[in-house]
Design a protein around this ligand. Structure first.
Ligand SMILES: NC(=O)c1ccc[n+]([C@@H]2O[C@H](COP(=O)([O-])OP(=O)(O)OC[C@H]3O[C@@H](n4cnc5c(N)ncnc54)[C@H](O)[C@@H]3O)[C@@H](O)[C@H]2O)c1
Length: 257
């Protein structure tokens, strides 16, 4: 029996087979979880639905743009029916910042760029958690994806670093508040991975090479390793862990000089 047998959960943020959300979905499904997998819009819908249908997973794909409270409410109505009213875990694996704000100098971030980046990349964790609570009646596990650029100055990570700092703070406060309901909230801080979102960053290749050179394990991270960490955090194996940022970064974050 897998670590996730009998558990059912929702995973936000599959754009394609490279998405971290997809690696997490595969790992959770391999451990026996039943999944609701979301994609942002109809442009991505056809290929994500095909990805899910062609997989061996016990899973269904749903559409949800987290910028819309209506879409979030509609999604949970559908997912509630699909799962007969019970949700055990939630994986939030999405982020967005306007290209101009990401590619330019941090000091030139626009008010609108800041608003959108923080809304989609940070506020959305609160929005999807809030809406999940009526279904998380027997406790649960919530995880989100962060990056070390939320804890250090990385100018090429731009406004996304500020959004990740906010996201990691949310993890602490949500964990403190939802603990009494048996709901745990944690983050995975992954090393650089070659995904659609990462390619939107200025200097991503240089960032990844630098990371590989300096990380204690002297290598990049494999998405499968992020998937395994997600299984740990979503399963009862981590039953006393909450409010935590788990680094899956080949050790990069411990390095000083
Ligand atoms: N790739 C990396 O190096 C890396 C490292 C650490 C953390 N992360 C984080 O992992 C998460 C997943 O990113 P990824 O690297 O898998 O890239 P990705 O491009 O595959 O995934 C990002 C997802 O966000 C979704 N999204 C954007 N705006 C949305 C909206 N309004 N509504 C719903 N969904 C929306 C996109 O559709 C996409 O599915 C992000 O939070 C990212 O910051 C990535």
């Amino acid at each position: 029996m897998g670590l996730m047998a009998g558990k059912q959960g929702i995973i936000f943020g599959v754009a394609n087979h490279r998405s971290i959300a997809w690696a997490i979905a595969r790992s959770l499904a391999a451990e026996g979880a039943a999944l609701a997998i979301t994609y942002q819009n109809e442009r991505l819908g056809q290929s994500v639905r095909a990805l899910v249908d062609e997989s061996e997973m016990q899973a269904r794909a749903f559409q949800c743009d987290v910028a819309s409270d209506q879409e979030i409410a509609h999604l949970y109505q559908e997912v509630g029916e699909y799962f007969n009213g019970r949700l055990d875990f939630l994986v939030h694996s999405l982020a967005y910042a306007p290209q101009d704000d990401l590619k330019g100098r941090y000091v030139e971030t626009t008010r609108e760029g800041f608003r959108v980046a923080l809304d989609i990349s940070a506020y959305s964790l609160i929005a999807v958690t809030q809406a999940a609570l009526p279904l998380m009646t027997q406790g649960g596990s919530i995880i989100t994806m962060t990056f070390f650029g939320g804890q250090r100055a990385m100018p090429s990570y731009g406004i996304m670093g500020t959004a990740k700092a906010a996201l990691e703070h949310e993890v602490m406060v949500l964990a403190a508040e939802l603990g009494e309901q048996g709901i745990r909230v944690n983050a995975i801080s992954a090393g650089p991975l070659n995904t659609l979102a990462a390619r939107g960053l200025r200097d991503f290749t240089r960032l990844r090479d630098y990371h590989r050179e300096r990380a204690p394990l002297q290598r990049s991270v494999d998405p499968v390793e992020v998937g395994k960490a997600a299984v740990f955090l979503c399963s009862d194996a981590s039953s006393a862990t909450t409010g935590h940022v788990l680094f899956v970064d080949a050790g990069y974050n411990i390095m000083g000089y």
